[in-house]
Design a protein. Structure first.
Length: 117
């Protein structure tokens, strides 16, 4: 066609730095080539990480469901009281009764220990 490339502009069309292009090829093209064995790409690594996170979340959800099943009777008991004051009274009496029995047992143990000595 008769085009003449001026001196200095020819460098833009014909690369002369082979090492630069080897590095560029190694970074951008090599990870996507499949010759003998699969090489993990960033996408595959991300997928594997997300799978691990998903399994972990499933285990957490399972543990929370088990805890919820165990707590369900207590929640039903608490919700059976329409008046919060009644529930507070019941818990106060339970606490008092528990402390009374606990202290009575401690006194008995101390008394038995003194008799042995």
């Amino acid at each position: 066609m008769g085009h003449v490339v001026k001196t200095g502009q020819e460098e833009h069309y014909r690369p002369t730095d082979v090492e630069f292009h080897r590095k560029l090829y190694a970074e951008n093209a090599m990870p996507f080539l499949r010759l003998e064995t699969a090489t993990p790409t960033e996408t595959e690594k991300t997928i594997e990480e997300l799978k691990k996170q998903s399994k972990q979340r499933e285990q957490e959800i399972k543990a929370l469901k088990e805890t919820t099943v165990k707590l369900r009777p207590l929640l039903d008991f608490i919700n059976s009281f329409e008046n919060p004051d009644t529930l507070t009274w019941v818990f106060d009496n339970l606490k008092t009764d528990f402390l009374f029995k606990f202290l009575s047992e401690k006194r008995k143990q101390v008394g038995k220990k003194r008799l042995k000595d």
